[in-house]
Design a protein around this ligand. Structure first.
Ligand code: DQQ
Length: 538
């Protein structure tokens, strides 16, 4: 089976077959995690969208259930698109989602569990009052740009609030609605936030993060102890961007510290600088953490997706919190994924000379978790960068084979024995305006001999002070996905690759340094990963 399907993942979420996209309505209820997701029951391309449903006790092993929400009313007869769950008073979950009506208008609907004593929440019933929110000539909402309601949060006035993604011309908008009872919704005159030139805001997410510490907090909390995060999935860019700021709950306005309109879009933070979209968080009250889920599309051709019969996976759920600088979020795979680690391989401190390549032996290289840390001296050897350049462009111009004083150094993953194929995840150090600047790249350009794949290089700058901090990299490697965390979770890059030679037990992992100056590996820990119990993958 793995011979015919070398790209199926062993521990990244995916159903047995067909198309999947956005994670929807994640929630924790009576000791179970619920994941819903956009799913086409009829094929490996987008269409016929329903909410498929899986449950888990640990966010790693998943049990499939029947689809929870599927077209059944006029208000969703042409599709059940993305939405979110809210836990209402009395521990009652409710789901708001976008339905596509007979006129192909986007409207918002509600569904409730039929039986609250079923921890699996198998059956969902829809309100006869649906749609609860719709575009009208009065509210002037664009009927093809009105979707993806967030989880609700309670204001101090006792009213629920949600936002819905939209646009007016090219201005992206988070439309705000308020309700006393979660059924009757009133559109606010002013959006929670908007920004010109950003296009349609899909799958918005809005939540508080503690100023200090790693714990998550309830979505309704607003106090001096928190900042707020607004995430939007920009349809035009196909990336998830986030802003950190203040939520003024009297004016119902979000004011970002650095907004889209003040900054160049390349300067706005992203959850992930690779292939990653339509993410959503939820508060896990059992473990006091905020969990982020995201969709990773294929990089293969549609013809190949149809041939393999599936398309789309989700990332390993990530715990997120605010970095102590207050300037960015930190993301780290949920600790539960470490239960899959077996057969650890550890190295003593090792000098990696310029031009050296060491195989990391003893792990199943196509299904592994690798953590490596570097110490860099001789900072003066770093290349000088004269003018600011888009880091993704810098990563593709200065790929794995381009030497500099300091870097590239990092990991080669999915490498074939003769290096005909490899994906490389690396760092390169520059001096820019008298300071060190760390570039973090994922280079897919040599990942496969099959050139029908999208092999775009990804990259970002990463805010690590290499004089005082270690420069770390963790990669979760899983058959056709590499999910990399640089600088202890300061930046993430997820990529999809489809090697033709470096598959299953033919794959290798190396630590490499293609710069001219030595770097020191201060830590190398690698594990083979067991298969998770995934849907249909038991
Ligand atoms: N996917 C859903 C939409 C959403 C988009 C449709 C984002 O609700 O805007 O499958 O990937």
């Amino acid at each position: 089976d793995s011979f015919k399907q070398p790209y199926r993942t062993a521990y990244h979420f995916q159903p047995p077959k067909n198309w999947i996209n956005d994670p929807n309505g994640p929630l924790s209820y009576k000791g179970l995690y619920h994941l819903f997701y956009q799913y086409n029951p009829k094929g490996a391309v987008w269409g016929n969208i329903v909410w498929a449903h899986s449950v888990s006790t640990d966010l790693v092993n998943w049990t499939p259930l029947d689809p929870a929400i599927f077209p059944s009313q006029p208000s969703d007869i042409n599709g059940c698109w993305s939405g979110s769950a809210t836990i209402l008073h009395g521990n009652k979950p409710a789901i708001l989602y976008t339905g596509i009506d007979p006129m192909n208008h986007q409207v918002q609907n509600i569904a409730y569990p039929k039986n609250l004593s079923d921890p699996f929440l198998r059956e969902w019933i829809k309100s006869p009052k649906n749609p609860l929110m719709e575009p009208t000539s009065e509210n002037k909402i664009n009927a093809s740009s009105f979707r993806d309601p967030t989880s609700g949060w309670l204001g101090k006035d006792g009213n629920w609030r949600i936002i819905i993604g939209s646009k007016r011309n090219t201005r992206g908008i988070a439309i705000l609605y308020k309700s006393k009872d979660f059924i009757n919704w009133i559109k606010s005159k002013h959006p929670l936030h908007s920004a010109k030139g950003t296009g349609m805001w899909e799958c918005p997410d809005f939540f508080p993060v503690l100023k200090i510490g790693r714990f998550g907090v309830d979505t309704s909390l607003n106090s001096d102890d928190v900042r707020h995060v607004l995430k939007v999935s920009l349809d035009d860019k196909k990336h998830d961007y986030y802003l950190i700021g203040t939520y003024n709950d009297e004016k119902d306005k979000f004011v970002p510290d650095k907004g889209f309109e003040e900054e160049n879009i390349e300067q706005i933070l992203r959850y992930d600088y690779g292939k990653y979209y339509a993410s959503k968080t939820f508060f896990d009250d059992g473990k006091n953490r905020r969990i982020l889920l995201g969709w990773v599309n294929e990089s293969s051709s549609v013809a190949d997706d149809i041939k393999k019969g599936w398309s789309g996976i989700h990332t390993i759920p990530r715990t997120i919190w605010l970095h102590k600088s207050g300037k960015q979020l930190i993301q780290w795979p949920v600790v539960e994924v470490e239960k899959l680690r077996v057969n650890p391989v550890k190295w003593p401190t090792k000098i990696l000379k310029g031009g050296e390549l060491f195989p990391i032996n003893g792990v199943t290289a196509a299904q592994a978790d690798v953590e490596i840390s570097f110490e860099v001296n001789n900072i003066r050897e770093a290349e000088v960068l004269d003018k600011w350049t888009d880091p993704q462009i810098l990563c593709s111009q200065k790929g794995t084979s381009v030497k500099s004083g300091l870097g590239p150094f990092g990991l080669l993953v999915f490498a074939s024995k003769g290096l005909q194929e490899f994906t490389s995840v690396f760092f390169r150090i520059f001096i820019y305006q008298q300071k060190n600047l760390v570039l973090f790249c994922s280079d897919q350009s040599r990942s496969s001999l099959n050139k029908d794949n999208d092999m775009t290089t990804y990259g970002t700058f990463i805010d690590v002070d290499i004089l005082h901090e270690k420069l770390s990299l963790r990669s979760l490697i899983d058959h056709s996905v590499v999910e990399s965390f640089g600088g202890e979770g300061k930046a993430c890059i997820t990529s999809r690759v489809y090697p033709t030679l470096a598959i299953n037990d033919k794959a290798l992992i190396y630590a490499f340094n293609n710069g001219t100056t030595n770097v020191k590996i201060t830590r190398l820990s690698a594990w083979s990963m067991k298969k998770a119990q995934l849907n249909g993958n038991l």
